[in-house]
Design a binder for this molecule. Structure first.
Ligand code: ZN
Length: 101
């Protein structure tokens, strides 16, 4: 099984989060990209799995205002648009690498 645990999470830039993974891979997301990926029940229908958030409604200059670890499997983010219900599991982040893997 391939591991996808972050070794370091860089969040000095409010508009960007970068993750160095323990297998040497690095990924980088803008806050807007993460906001558009938000898997919470407000953004994705729990019954149909359909994304209800319109990606074009997310401003490209969105910032992340708070990042905290959820157990050892995910990060939770609060965005500058006030959205804070998203929990991003590490394998989900790795799978949705904007640069491709
Ligand atoms: Zn959400």
């Amino acid at each position: 099984m391939s591991s996808s645990s972050p070794k370091v999470i860089h969040r000095k830039d409010p508009a960007r989060i970068a993750i160095d993974w323990d297998d040497g891979h690095s990924t980088s997301y803008t806050a807007a990209e993460l906001r558009r990926l938000c898997p919470c029940a407000n953004c994705v229908s729990e019954t149909t799995g359909r994304r209800m958030l319109d990606p074009s409604s997310v401003s490209d200059d969105l910032e992340q205002q708070d990042l905290r670890l959820v157990g050892n499997y995910a990060i939770a983010l609060r965005f500058s648009d006030g959205h804070e219900t998203g929990i991003f599991p590490f394998p989900y982040l790795r799978k949705n690498d904007p640069q491709g893997t």
